[in-house]
Design a protein around this ligand. Structure first.
Ligand SMILES: O=P(O)(O)OC[C@@]1(O)O[C@H](CO)[C@@H](O)[C@@H]1O
Length: 362
């Protein structure tokens, strides 16, 4: 039972504490310096940055069922005293509130995202060329590698090499053969979105799958995909030597072989155990990208890495695979020997982005 495990807190000595002490002030600086906002909004963001460790939760969502339990539990509490995941989701919602996102519609992270797109332009072409010889396992691996590029992390993705701790691709390939529908919970824009679109383009061509891509309805975790990220990527690809690929995706979207769906669930503090019944296509194979989605399967709780996932995700209705680089303090399904070895190799193996899994949860 998931509820037997406590939720990961913001611990000053752990990754969570470092995130609020180091990563979020840096991210706020980037937003402030991105010239998107007038002086008044920049001053609000400065204020937020200087008060991150004393911020008190105020109600910024009215009559929103996705947030009711959150406010019932945490209204008027210090953000630092919330579980890590809840605090992060609120912080991003609060940034949107301060920048008046609902009225103005400016993505606070759009400058960071567009700089990243430009930087990757040449790499997109190279990967498309290389992928001419790829088969399904390569596209899955490509999608995993895309998750290394996370604009909210401090390290440069190119420097990282990756060690696969769990590789359930044989079962995944079997499930691809049987599936008619695939739902993919997307994670980051830029390189990761590109690699995910390559995968789903292949799935439609090779298996005739109908794909549903789940995106965020508003910006969160800096680089998570919103609709404009898909539009911007496809425009860039079409304008710079990858028109065929961009057209292939656009055609599949027009013919509803690929459906893009945004839902506010994904920017709420809710977890997969609270997934609305009609959100995922019935009988679909579920692919989940990235770290934050992985945390959501396990309600971001403190779980031993040797704990098998099966007993914890009994609520899942779909065969589910996580394609994920480890970037936070949670991993399930490893052997004891693996954990001992990893602990002896690097103290921060769970968060330093150098390990990954392609893990079947169901
Ligand atoms: O989901 P992603 O993009 O792979 O990673 C999101 C992330 O960068 O943000 C969270 C911590 O702030 C962690 O879940 C993870 O480190």
């Amino acid at each position: 039972m998931l509820s037997h495990y406590p939720k990961i807190p913001i611990d000053p000595l752990a990754f969570s504490g470092m995130t609020f002490r180091v990563r979020y002030p840096k991210i706020l600086d980037e937003v402030i310096n991105s010239n998107l906002y007038n002086q008044e909004i920049r001053a609000r963001l400065h204020n937020l940055k200087s008060q991150l460790d004393t911020l008190v939760v105020k109600r910024i969502h009215e009559n929103d069922p996705l947030w009711e339990v959150f406010y019932a539990d945490y209204e008027e509490k210090n953000l630092n005293d919330l579980p890590f995941f809840d605090a992060e989701v609120y912080l991003f919602a609060y940034i949107l509130h301060l920048t008046d996102y609902d009225r103005v519609g400016t993505d606070p992270f759009s400058t960071i995202k567009s700089q990243d797109l430009e930087k990757n332009q040449a790499t997109f072409d190279t990967i498309l060329l290389e992928s001419k010889d790829w088969d399904t396992p390569d596209f899955v691996l490509g999608s995993l590698h895309g998750n290394k590029s996370d604009l909210s992390q401090l390290k440069s993705a190119e420097e990282l090499s990756i060690q696969l701790l769990l590789d359930d691709r044989p079962q995944l390939l079997h499930d691809f053969e049987c599936a008619t529908h695939v739902d993919m919970i997307l994670d980051n824009a830029g390189m990761e979105l590109f690699s995910d679109l390559m995968l789903v383009n292949h799935l439609v061509d090779r298996y005739g799958h109908q794909i549903k891509l789940h995106i965020k309805s508003a910006p969160i975790f800096v680089s998570d995909v919103i609709q404009s990220d898909i539009d911007n990527l496809l425009s860039l690809l079409a304008a710079h030597g990858a028109k065929d690929f961009a057209d292939a995706i656009t055609n599949k979207i027009e013919q509803e072989q690929i459906i893009v769906q945004a839902n506010p669930f994904w920017t709420s503090p809710q977890h997969f155990s609270q997934l609305p019944v009609d959100l995922i296509t019935p009988h679909s194979l579920l692919l989940s990208k990235g770290d934050a989605n992985y945390r959501r399967f396990f309600e971001d709780r403190i779980i031993p890495s040797t704990q098998p996932s099966a007993s914890l995700i009994k609520y899942l209705k779909h065969p589910t695979y996580c394609i994920r680089t480890l970037k936070s303090d949670i991993q399930t399904g490893l052997t004891e020997v693996q954990c001992i070895t990893l602990d002896s190799q690097e103290i921060d193996w769970k968060v330093n982005g150098t390990r990954a899994v392609i893990q079947m949860l169901h």
